[in-house]
Write a protein that binds this ligand. Structure first.
Ligand code: SF4
Length: 178
């Protein structure tokens, strides 16, 4: 299958007016638990030409910044959605409802905007597809916002701040959905 070029991808996204949901910390927004960001320079360059929606599910859920780091206990994001797991922060507080509310608010943004693809920060118990901040036999599980997006049919591309972007997988993802 022929790979779309960057300009073709950008054109497709603009034609469809389908914004990409993007974890705000990857765009240099200081929304992480420690008040810092996790900016990805390649991503910041790429989004200058496409519609996108920055979002931080933890802030959308009403949590402050900075805030105590939190781990998923008793499973991962999917287990939270099914009521089998919780999120407990470093102070021992149960912040499950805030994390869930933020994930659903992020999904509302995606639904309102017609977004069907998300670029999400790795490792996070909210945004990560593979987070170590959970309790799964493999040592890794999915974050709660990522689990909700996944179960709602939104395609997720997981990104680290030092990754090159866009990758072939991302370009294929765009092509498959148009
Ligand atoms: S990984 Fe997600 S929840 Fe965490 S700071 Fe970034 S956008 Fe917010």
């Amino acid at each position: 299958m022929r790979e779309p070029s960057n300009s073709q991808t950008e054109s497709l996204l603009l034609q469809k007016k389908a914004p990409v949901m993007i974890s705000a910390c990857l765009l240099g927004i200081h929304c992480r638990y420690d008040g810092r960001h996790a900016s990805c320079p390649d991503l910041i360059d790429f989004v200058t030409t496409i519609p996108f929606i920055p979002f931080c599910p933890e802030q959308l859920g009403g949590l402050p910044t900075p805030r105590s780091p939190a781990d998923i206990k008793g499973g991962d994001g999917r287990d939270i959605l099914s009521g089998r797991a919780k999120i407990i922060n470093a102070d021992g507080d149960d912040v499950t409802e805030a994390f869930k509310n933020g994930a659903y608010e992020a999904l509302n943004l995606a639904r309102l905007s017609g977004s069907f693809i998300a670029v999400m920060k790795d490792s996070s118990p909210s945004c990560g597809l593979h987070t170590q901040y959970c309790e799964k036999p493999s040592g890794f599980g999915i974050g709660i916002a990522a689990a909700l997006f996944e179960s709602s049919g939104i395609r997720i591309f997981e990104l680290r701040s030092n990754d090159t972007f866009p990758t072939r997988n991302f370009l294929k993802l765009i092509e498959e959905n148009h």
